[in-house]
Design a protein around this ligand. Sequence first.
Ligand code: N2P
Length: 491
Amino acid sequence: MNAHIFFGQQSQKNLPCMPSDCDKGTCIAAKNPDCPRDIDTATARVTQGRITTIFFTAAYFLEDVEKSTVGFSVIVRILVKGTFIPLRQCFILRFPTGNLSEITCILYQNPKCLSVKVKSTPKTYHRGIKMKKMLAITAFASISSGAALAEEVLHVYNWSDYIAEDTIALFENATGIKVTYDVYDSNEILEAKLLAGNSGYDVVVPTADFMQRQIAAGVYAELDKSKLPNLKHMDPALMAAAAQFDPDNAHGTIHMWGTTGLGYNIDKVQERLGDDAPTDSWALLFDPANAEKLQDCGIALLDAPVEVLPAAMNYLGLNPQSTNKDDLEKGAELVNTIRPFVRYFHSSQYISDLANGDICLTMGWSGDVFQARDRASEAENGVEVGYSIPKEGALQWFDMLAIPVDAPNKDAAHKFINFMMDPQITANNTNYVWYANANLASFLMVDAEITGDSGIFPPDEVKARLWSATVYNKKTDRIMTRLWTGIKTGQ
Ligand code: N2P
């Protein structure tokens, strides 16, 4: 079912929107010549009698942008069953300069709140523009007819920095389910909670290799796929790759995927190692001569043995997937040689430290390094961050949305997982966290800056060098833990 939407415009300033600005049923042309051109009427998606999404497109032209530069405000009126619901909220949409010719606005609404997200279409996306800052606007407006939200609660436990700012609010608005959201930055922490049982969480996000052994331990509920219609958007090839760890994808669906590579401060590394700095190689980190020269500007390592040791083995020319004790020990030996130059082991702090210039090299997860780059560029602090997938190879991993077997609210968990696979929601998440997703239908809405970055969506020749994670048994786990403790404590 569609509702009719009508728009009026006001230019430049955040003026109050008066109902008289819009004739009933007509979109009033902009009175101010600085205003951008026409806004089309729009359609709304109505679910169970409630408007959930409003779509409209508007065309703008470069000359308009140059003339007005600061943007415009939009008045939204929603006509439902012959009556306008007045939304007396103006939104200033700011334009970057550049060849931006079209924007799409999507509004999520429940009886209490309305939020607005604005996004460029990928084709006209201008590289290097801070679109998220300028165009991602969330506003809330009170409207009448509010039915009380149901007292349903969902507990989500996810990696830090792994969804867009407004994802949870949008889910709450769309479903009326209240979300408690906690974060972690290590599979080991998640695993300890899950194995202890009764974590209280309804949705968790394990990496697929950890998930495999957790499935064997009976930690997860099977997904009820009839409650996940958005599964149809998922890329069959990537889901098949994840199915190596979870046959038939019975227990999880991909939230995001990525690689573990090198994040570095371009200038500081160049200052210390010159133009020939091997930023395309694990040698940047694992060659002690390089690490020594970078120690003063700060080297960080992920606090994750299953990430660091295989990378060291890969640099040594050993099989990174090996579970052989000697191989693991050789990897640990190499890490020990650079250990004196490592400032800290941590799996999330490096985002802000890299962005602020407080460290100059880290082993890091693709999207997190890109978030650091984005934060630095938004702060305009002169820090330039690079990410590289080393030429020797790198780990490719999949993080899965899954439901613990003892989840208190499995029904809401399915709703959440389905919501996360909504193409627009997935795109918003990727646009915010800079991780690749596996949702084919989302790609048109993902910023071209992201889909076009080979560090996020690697080309085939790079993909060929990626390895997938090993599922370690208890015995190998113990070896790794012992080696890791030795490395960290310097013993
Ligand atoms: C998000 C980190 C997730 C990557 N901050 C680890 N699999």
